[in-house]
Design a protein around this ligand. Structure first.
Ligand code: SF4
Length: 158
């Protein structure tokens, strides 16, 4: 093949890596240790390198683990030190969440990821909704908020 044979009309396929919530890929990382059904990823992710991450495991939390929820604010407020995360046993796990978010950001930078496909509703990976003070509300999870600050596009998966 000569250089002139290469069509300039067809853009090169996007090979940028994508961070994905590990549980969306069927890995048993959820609080109850049970795997979810593997989701069908949007077609535009075909052929992309998927990097599974579980920010809660990266932050040192065990699996299974008690449920956790926000107190006084969601992910962005936690990053600013103005809210906390407490599990159902009353233990403050905020530091684990911050550590997981920090490591997820390091992985994104190392990999050159520009997008993340995240499980909605999670206190780490949530995009449109989280649980705060016993109620579901709009807000970002801690890692989703940290990645968004880095300029990474977060796509919600329910
Ligand atoms: S939603 Fe995020 S933190 Fe929760 S199990 Fe899935 S990958 Fe881990």
């Amino acid at each position: 093949m000569k250089l002139s044979d290469i069509s300039t009309k067809d853009p090169a396929p996007d090979s940028t890596p994508v961070l994905v919530s590990a549980c969306l890929l069927g890995l048993p990382t959820r609080y109850d240790g049970k795997p979810l059904e593997v989701v069908h990823l949007p077609e535009r992710f075909n052929g992309r390198v998927l990097i599974p991450i579980c920010p809660e495991q990266l932050g040192g939390l065990p699996t299974p683990r008690p449920r956790q929820e926000f107190r006084g604010g969601a992910g962005a407020e936690v990053l600013e030190g103005n809210a906390r995360i407490v599990n159902e046993d009353g233990v403050d796990v905020t530091e684990n969440f911050l550590r997981g978010a920090q490591i997820a950001c390091e992985i994104a930078k190392l990999a050159g990821a520009k997008e993340a496909l995240f499980k909605d509703g999670s206190p780490s990976c949530g995009i449109t909704r989280v649980t705060m003070d016993g109620k579901e509300t709009t807000g970002l999870g801690v890692t989703a908020a940290a990645l968004r600050k880095l300029g990474i596009k977060i796509i919600a998966c329910t």
